[in-house]
Design a protein around this ligand. Structure first.
Ligand SMILES: [Zn+2]
Length: 263
């Protein structure tokens, strides 16, 4: 094991979630900007497949994948129409691209500094039905448990592991993190993550980066998962162009959170 790095872009306003139109604009802008490959989803005819299937590996190689549910993946067309994003519905989903070698891919790097020659990373776009409450060894939980004004506790777990599929594979939910109801299941009042604040820390040195209302709780995020391939001199930042593209397309100012995991 070594330390792994994940770079999150989350809306300044944690209640923000892009509708289908700005989300399709973002995906197409990432494609036109040279940050993701296009993919022709017609090849697999819309069938879903599991994480350990040959279809998964082939689809990831070919372009964009969408994770629709526990061990449920499909191809996704890039560029895409608003209708194709709308068809994903009000469920949790993650759009995934994997880059095995940045130079070979011909793509632009979304972070400000390329640290290694054979840079690899995954780029993900997360859209959640209820809040994802991302925690880690450096992102601490809220001081008080998330609760509605009526007293109802709002955290829930999707049950991890959620069991195995018919092939005996482990089936993880779309988001492995703790979840928080977007609306109170008892009285319907919306949860406001920004009423809860955590202190962010820089993972490498433990330096206090100040308060962050809402922590890393989100309905929408862009994630660059660097694995062990990141700039160890840090701090890691998104490139200005990549950040601009994401902010302009979604119409939302984005906040950057660096997360370290592993040991
Ligand atoms: Zn309530």
């Amino acid at each position: 094991m070594g330390v792994e790095y994940e770079h999150y872009l989350v809306p300044e306003d944690p209640t923000f979630k892009p509708a289908a139109e700005p989300l399709s604009r973002l995906l197409n802008a990432l494609y036109e900007g040279g940050y993701v490959n296009g993919s022709d989803a017609r090849g697999l005819g819309g069938a879903t497949f599991g994480l350990f299937s040959p279809e998964y590996a082939a689809a990831l190689e070919a372009g964009c994948l969408v994770n629709l549910g526990p061990d449920e993946y499909a191809t996704f067309p890039i560029p895409c129409s608003v209708a194709e994003v709308e068809a994903l519905g009000d469920r949790d989903f993650r759009l995934l691209w994997t880059v095995g070698d940045l130079v070979e891919s011909g793509l632009k790097y979304p972070l400000s500094k390329v640290a290694y020659e054979e840079t690899y990373y995954n780029l993900e776009v997360h859209v959640a039905r209820d809040y994802v409450n991302h925690l880690s060894s450096i992102i601490e939980p809220f001081e008080h448990r998330a609760a509605c004004q009526c007293g109802q506790l709002l955290e829930f777990h999707e049950g991890s592991p959620v069991g195995t599929n018919d092939r005996g594979d482990f089936a993880r939910p779309v988001f492995g993190d703790t979840r928080i109801h977007r609306f109170c299941p008892v009285c319907g009042v919306p949860f406001r993550p920004q009423d809860y604040t955590i202190r962010l820390r820089y993972g490498r040195t433990g330096e206090d980066l100040g308060p962050r209302p809402g922590g890393a709780t989100y309905l929408f995020a862009v994630l660059i998962d660097c694995g062990k391939c990141y700039d160890r001199e840090g701090p890691v930042k998104a490139s200005e162009e990549f950040l601009d593209i994401c902010q302009e397309a979604t119409g939302s100012p984005l906040f950057q959170i660096g997360d370290f995991s592993g040991c």
